[in-house]
Design a binder for this molecule. Structure first.
Ligand code: GRF
Length: 216
């Protein structure tokens, strides 16, 4: 059976688009079983509709608390089936029961070279610190915010005249390359989270994940 991806979004949906493009091109042997947005107006909802994949909006503002909202999401995700739950710009903190339910199946992309800059405003923080490089990280999600076991990272140079806009665009190009790449490993059954950590083809990955910079 084809590997099923449930993709959770809140915004533009450019990572979702990259995933859909790779599936359409035959490079990612998976199907998107559901796109779930907590924001009705998110552009990613239109991206999903254009691609003809199932899409649901569950507005967090319609729920009294985080756990009720998360339970509604679990119900919907599981109704469609998900071998991997893909956080692609999903801007809500997830409750412990949600994270536990999808342990080993929940992956996030974060726009920094973790463990540097967990949280928000990563591009501005990298610029303010005068970093020579910045990038993105993919990790399994655990209870620790942006702190789960790392799978892979990709770096980009920070240029002298960079703004948040130019730097974030350069990082996003890497996100759009890296996410489908790692999801392919999941779809092929090669990438797992075990009690020992992240394993690719049964071999443990280094704690900092694989470094998969683009070849210039
Ligand atoms: C990405 O930069 C991702 O790293 C962050 O949110 C952004 C989502 O962008 N978590 P998009 O919605 O995929 O365009």
């Amino acid at each position: 059976m084809t590997h099923r991806l449930a993709v959770l979004i809140s915004g533009a949906g450019t990572n979702l688009q990259a995933i859909l493009d790779h599936i359409a091109a035959g490079d990612l042997p998976a199907t998107v079983s559901l796109v779930l947005s907590n924001r009705p107006a998110a552009n990613g909802v239109a991206v999903a509709r254009d691609a003809g994949v199932p899409v649901a909006v569950i507005d967090h503002r319609d729920h009294p608390d985080r756990e009720t909202f998360d339970r509604a999401m679990v119900e919907r995700i599981d109704a469609h089936g998900a071998d991997t739950v893909v956080l692609a710009g999903f801007m809500r903190i997830l409750s412990a029961p949600f994270v536990a339910h999808y342990r080993g199946r929940l992956i996030n992309i974060h726009p920094s070279l973790l463990p540097r800059y967990p949280g928000l405003d990563t591009h501005a923080r990298a610029l303010a610190a005068g970093d020579a490089e910045h990038g993105c990280s993919l990790h399994f999600v655990t209870e620790q915010l942006d702190g789960g076991p790392l799978i892979a990272r990709a770096a980009v140079p920070v240029r002298e005249n960079d703004s948040v806009e130019t730097l974030s665009k350069r990082v996003q190009q890497q996100e759009h390359r890296l996410y489908p790449h790692i999801l392919r490993w999941r779809a092929e059954g090669r990438l797992q989270l075990t009690d020992q950590g992240v394993e690719l083809d049964g071999e443990p990955l280094p704690a900092e994940g694989l470094r998969l910079d683009a070849t210039p």
